[in-house]
Design a protein around this ligand. Sequence first.
Ligand SMILES: Cc1cc2nc3c(=O)[nH]c(=O)nc-3n(C[C@H](O)[C@H](O)[C@H](O)COP(=O)(O)OP(=O)(O)OC[C@H]3O[C@@H](n4cnc5c(N)ncnc54)[C@H](O)[C@@H]3O)c2cc1C
Length: 587
Amino acid sequence: YLLIERREDLLDQYDYVIIGGGLSGLVVANRLTEDLATTVLVIEAGELDKHEDSIYVPGDVGATLGTSYDWQVPTVPQDVLVNGNITIPLGKVVGGSSALNGMLFHRGSPADYDLWEALGNEGWGWEGLLPYFIKSETFTPPSDELVSEFGITYDESVHGFNGSVHASYPPFIYNQTKNFIKAMNQLGVQTSNDQASSAVGVFYLPNSLNPITMTRSFTRPDDHDVAVERANYHLLAGNQVTKILTEDAVAYGVEYSAGSNQPRYIVNATVEVVVAAGAVHTPQLLQLSGIGPRTLLEELGVEVVSDLPGVGSNFQDHPSLIVPYSFTGLAFSPQNLTSNATLAAYYRELYNLSKTGPYTVSAGNALAFISTNSFTNKTSELVAEGRNQNETYLSPGADPGVTAGYKKQRDLLLDIWGSSDAATIEYSVGSAGPLVISLSHALSRGDIRASSLDPFSPPSVDWRAFENPLDMELMIDAFRAGRRLMQTPAMTELGAIEATTGNLTTDEQIVDYLKKTMSPSFSHVCCTSPMMPKEIGGVVDEELRVFGVSGLRVIDAGVVPVVPAAHLQATIYAVAEKAADLIKSSR
Ligand SMILES: Cc1cc2nc3c(=O)[nH]c(=O)nc-3n(C[C@H](O)[C@H](O)[C@H](O)COP(=O)(O)OP(=O)(O)OC[C@H]3O[C@@H](n4cnc5c(N)ncnc54)[C@H](O)[C@@H]3O)c2cc1C
């Protein structure tokens, strides 16, 4: 069989054309082609990987960043964060960001998804999504050794055993991971029985890891390589969709090209065009195709197909802080592999021969997602302050519908800020590296806008991180709690020493430090084609259909209305599975 098509081999038309062969696009393509009578073409801007270790070996996680498999999208300077104009990594390869993510695999808490439903999306709360979380994964419980050594627990009733992505534990976990769990317990944070049903607290989590081959589980091997066996599935790699074609507000196909100075071609979709280009590129493509805020489209000189002010609005991520620590009491950590080539070669050989040892470990296996009242005594004060905010801190001239939607989100988010059953901050130390603190439910919102008519030039990406001052207030206390965490007996045992922050004590000193060191991102870009009613800035309805254009859906991380307190992939797998069912059932 052909692994991928050449342009000359394509059909003139397909039932479905999927834009983007990343995480969501390939899950949906795999599901749709299960019906052998349904023809599907996926067009992916990146190439097919060549089984490089940098993608497949868990211990090499991060090695693809900055390569040709990474879009490396520049972003604009931030008002608040001094070094906030970073370059964002995004997968540009068959598999998309699932090919280069950190392999952390876990869910948000039920409250996070119930919020989506409360925004007007029936069927998208926890009850509605749980069957799709289950459908998406093949969970392999931790081995008896891990259970007895680390006390890992799990709840089989909320896991799936027949999905495309593997959720499993590496055979090796760094011993100090225990200290992190214990340290959180010493701060008063409970260990969750299983993040899959109860994601508030500290917990061990699996990775998107194939437990047989001990390689990354992602949509290229798990979905593309399965679908490619079917004659009704085609994938064209190395080609970017440059425009969604519409006539009388009906999407009928796409225009695509292998490069900015290459010819452009057209392929038709007789049933639907499905957009899965990710939360950064989807809004740009919609806008360049005439679907977006009228003012922006007119500025660009694009003919308006559907005036949708929400396209590119509502941009969210998890702003994050990395506090460097050194550890004087560690027997063995990932740093030993970077500093000692002989040792690294030994463990590499061990991995190659027996699929065991530290090279089976990616970004780690313990995280803490904690509620506001477990790290600050100012919960009710912060929530009250939020309820009294008149200012929305959205970009100047924000559309009234978008503003109304934001206010609704803020009201619901403040419930979460005040709840013990939802998390607002994430902590991790990996396998004893830096302390990472990330804001899980920020109130600030950014925008993504096409900056020119050229689909090959990156859009303008603006997080507007910390524009809402309450985000910083929460972060100050989260930073202080992070220090308390590192001073617990369990961390002291490891000889944790804060490397650079010195003696910051006042709020002003901490804010100054945070502004200089925080990143607006944790690689969880989302929410730029939000699923919400149109009147409040929504772009897609609860069946993910784009308002005002028929035959067009968005299914990627852009449709998430509010980012959950979780690394995103498990959620996007569930969203994609639900999208596949919605697409199938509307035919
Ligand atoms: C560096 C990094 C680390 C991460 N770590 C974790 C983690 O440890 N745990 C976790 O849960 N989540 C993690 N994530 C997040 C997770 O991988 C993403 O949320 C998820 O992949 C989003 O899926 P998607 O389908 O929306 O987009 P993607 O998977 O990014 O897919 C979009 C695809 O569309 C293609 N594309 C874009 N524009 C076009 C176009 N015009 N024409 C054709 N193709 C196009 C892209 O090349 C890409 O393949 C990480 C992400 C990154 C980038």
